[in-house]
Design a protein around this ligand. Structure first.
Ligand SMILES: [Zn+2]
Ligand SMILES: [Zn+2]
Length: 262
């Protein structure tokens, strides 16, 4: 929260995005205090076997979602996005209806399973709202799983925890990169010179921004990119909320050159 505040003061043009993120994070914290630490009914041996078979570690059913809490959170997320003009009134009303729909659990499970495909979403507002709604439920579970099993040999460009695409990366030393899931914030080691999307190691370029604090790895083969933070140069760990907002202008610049986020 303090880092978000500092970011808005240092870069006033980011203030609207920071204000939105602060409201979201604040709501998540209150919810997580009510939820406590998640319990996943799966042994470490099962987790290791799943990884060896190339299966993600967290299936939706294992999360044991508290649906009244989930529906409440969805309502809050829609209201915050509406207040910040990210959603128009009609879209907000439609999403509130989905939040009340008895079929919501099936809708969310389908979204969770489709998350790894990464293609253009049919309903981007719904995808954005579900991504934010699920975050406080899923990130804690991913943290718990991450502490129980090493994912460093996972060879894929999708998240070993939940199967979604990377949203950021962490560079701890030159050439050592961990991808960070855009959905559950789980991390896994991934070759710094290989594209997580098309797995090509040719036609890869890396350029740096903000005095080397951030790096962008772009793939000229599939036109995707992944942003990273160099934690040595930054002097702090990745703060997903802060670094996502701080690099919005970078995203726009890369998109203008015809690249899409992985
Ligand atoms: Zn994930
Ligand atoms: Zn690629």
């Amino acid at each position: 929260m303090a880092a978000l505040k500092a970011l808005a003061e240092a870069q006033p043009e980011l203030a609207p995005a920071v204000a939105l993120e602060r409201e979201i994070v604040d709501g998540e914290r209150r919810l997580q205090r009510r939820l406590g630490t998640p319990w996943l009914d799966v042994s470490n041996d099962d987790l290791t076997a799943r990884l060896a078979r190339g299966e993600r570690l967290i299936e939706w059913a294992q999360l044991g979602i508290d649906w009244p809490e989930f529906r409440l959170r969805l309502r809050q997320v829609v209201d915050v996005l509406r207040r910040h003009d990210i959603l128009d009134a009609a879209d907000a009303a439609r999403l509130h209806d989905i939040g009340r729909d008895p079929g919501l659990p099936a809708i969310v499970e389908r979204w969770y399973d489709e998350g790894a495909h990464g293609g253009p979403a049919a309903d981007t507002s719904l995808t954005d709202v579900l991504g934010l709604t699920v975050r406080p439920f899923l990130t804690r579970a991913a943290e718990v799983v991450q502490q129980r099993v090493s994912t460093d040999t996972w060879p894929r460009g999708t998240c070993p925890m939940c199967g979604a695409r990377p949203g950021f990366a962490v560079v701890a030393a030159p050439g050592v990169r961990h991808l960070v899931c855009g959905r559950c914030h789980g991390r896994w080691l991934f070759d710094a010179r290989t594209c997580p999307r098309c797995l090509s190691s040719d036609r890869q370029r890396v350029f740096s921004a903000h005095d080397g604090v951030y790096q962008v790895a772009v793939c000229d083969a599939c036109k995707r990119y992944v942003k990273a933070i160099d934690v040595k140069k930054a002097g702090r760990p990745l703060l997903m909320s802060v670094d996502t907002v701080a690099t919005l202008a970078l995203d726009q610049a890369i998109a203008a050159q015809g690249f899409e986020a992985d």
